[in-house]
Design a protein around this ligand. Structure first.
Ligand SMILES: Cc1cc2nc3c(=O)[nH]c(=O)nc-3n(C[C@H](O)[C@H](O)[C@H](O)COP(=O)(O)O)c2cc1C
Length: 249
């Protein structure tokens, strides 16, 4: 993205720019790209800042503000098609998702990608678990078999807190939640639909074992990724007046 046209005056933030220039060939200058447009090349090519280098971290971005103002999950139940991010684009997305505040750099999270035939295999684990629990409805078992095939890619964000660390487990979990949301926002910014779901499978030991989770690890979210089918409608949002108070002392 480009620096603002005019140099900032001391103590005053630079003006918002609406014409950022990305560091690749991809043309992301259009503030309203066509529906379904994806920025895979940009995702794959974003440079990873070297440790210690000065970051332009507070550069204003009108596009980011606009994205947050219209942010909305893509409902998996409405259908999500391909393509999903893959290869270097997926790696870039996950790297952005991992750039979260993390007290004392515990890194209490990791990712398990579920794509291709693995989606069906994991779905069969879920269906078998349900059948072992007494479910006999073939319709319900078929739904379970297809659970992870509702999108071309599902990323399990796994919480792996260090419970003996000086940083409280609570804070570590907050970082994991931030990873999930950052993944969602980065996916949307790259042109993908995304939804954060847990459902019963996140809490089932048999599904967790099939995902390779160790004791003490938990699924913070299954982030479903793909192409949104249609635009989601806005839903009720919190009454901000009821949420915000000034410190009473
Ligand atoms: C931790 C977590 C777990 C969630 N699990 C589910 C779920 O299992 N089923 C569901 O319908 N929505 C679930 N949601 C809600 C959706 O992801 C999403 O919040 C909702 O569809 C609308 O959100 P939006 O404001 O992003 O559109 C979950 C949200 C969070 C934060």
């Amino acid at each position: 993205m480009a620096a603002p046209d005019t140099a900032p005056t001391p103590n005053a933030p630079p003006p918002l720019t609406t014409t950022p220039t990305p560091p690749t060939e991809v043309d992301a200058t259009d503030p309203a790209p066509a529906p379904g447009a994806r920025l895979d090349e940009l995702l794959a090519g974003l440079p990873e800042p070297a440790k210690g280098c000065a970051l332009d971290a507070t550069r204003p971005s009108a596009e980011t503000l606009a994205l947050l103002a219209r942010r909305r999950s893509t409902k998996v139940k409405d259908g999500m098609t391909g393509p999903a991010p893959e290869g270097a684009a997926l790696a870039g997305l996950l790297r952005l998702a991992a750039r979260v505040p993390d007290h004392r750099q515990v890194v209490p999270f990791r990712f398990v990608t579920i794509d291709g035939p693995a989606r069906g295999r994991l779905g069969r684990v879920a269906a078998d678990a349900l059948a072992a629990d007494g479910e006999t409805s073939e319709a319900k078992l078929a739904l379970e078999r297809g659970r992870f095939e509702r999108a071309p890619l599902v990323v399990a964000v796994v919480a792996c807190p260090d419970v003996n660390h000086k940083t409280p487990e609570w804070e570590q979990m907050l970082s994991v939640g931030a990873v999930c949301q950052t993944l969602m926002i980065a996916a949307h910014a790259a042109g993908y639909g995304a939804q954060w779901l847990t459902e019963w499978v996140a809490y089932d030991d048999r599904v967790r074992a099939a995902l390779g989770l160790a004791p003490g690890e938990r699924v913070a979210g299954f982030i479903y990724l793909g192409q949104a089918v249609g635009e989601p409608a806005e839903r009720a949002r919190p009454d901000m007046a009821a949420l915000v108070t000034a410190c009473p002392v």
